[in-house]
Every structure is written in C-alpha cells, then in structure tokens.
Write a new protein. Sequence first.
Length: 175
Amino acid sequence: MNERPRILLFTGDGKGKTTAALGTALRAAGHGMRVLVLQFVKNDATTGEISAIESFENIDIVQTGRGFIPSPDSQEFTQHREAAQAGFAQATEAVLSGKYALIVLDELCVAVAHGLIAEEDVLELLDRLPAGLRLLLTGRDATPGLIDAADTVSEIRCVKHAMQAGRPAQRGVEQ
C-alpha cells in the first residue's frame, strides 16, 4: 500500500506533549512498527522514558540536545544551535532511510521557535516525506508554518501545574 505520509504535531504550554508522543510510539511499537524518538532539547539519560524505551527492541531513542536553551547572546547558544543542526541532520537521514514507520521529533518546535533550526528547513523536509511515514513533532510555540503543514494538531494547555506552587519535578511524573 502506498499510503500518504502523516504529520502530527503536539504543541502548547501544558505538560504532556512528550508523554503523548511516547504513547503514540508505544502504540506503533505494539503493532510491530520500527520507531525513532529523536529529542532535540533534552539531555538527560536518567529519565524514566529513556530507561523504559531501552527495553523495546523496535524503538530507538536519541538525545541530541544540550538541555535548556540559553539566550541568543549567550556564548553557549552556538553550541545549542550546532547540536540542534546535528540532530536535524540525523532526523533527515532517518526520514529518508525508509527504516522507520514512525519518527518522533521531540521538542523540534522549541528548536525552531528559538532559532536553532530554520523553519524553512523543516518545511522542506516535510515536503520530502516518503509514503507511509508517520512523523510526529512536539514542543511549545509551534510556528504557523508547521501547524499548517501538519495533518493533525493537538494543543495541550496548562490549567494548573504543581511547579507553579513551588513543588519540584517528581520522578515518574516529570522525570
């Protein structure tokens, strides 16, 4: 079957975009599909999702980010942009490889919004998606161009978050 590619986008200021994307990855893996999760901003190999995903034979997870993005005038910003560019090169190679049925580009929207990756480069890649590929983009501040290019867009809105009350991130929930 020569199925059209599908682009999904999870954005918004609420908690749960990555969690929802990982749920989609688990669903695809449960159907025997090969999955890649490429994380653009995150850089913590001790998270629960990394530990859990490593037990799946058909899900690969790669972190290419350097953590929280500094302001553009910071000396570290260039290193973050270089890491994001390297991650995007990996994403492009994976998309065109035909190896994966689902690719999650976690926090790609954040990388674009912060100027680490050009929106035009992402839109060009989206135009080149092979038949049958499912591509899921996540992150706050999705640009209008990415929203327009997606087939399905979900916005996750923060109503209340424990961290606003001074409660730290909790293992098993935020970590």
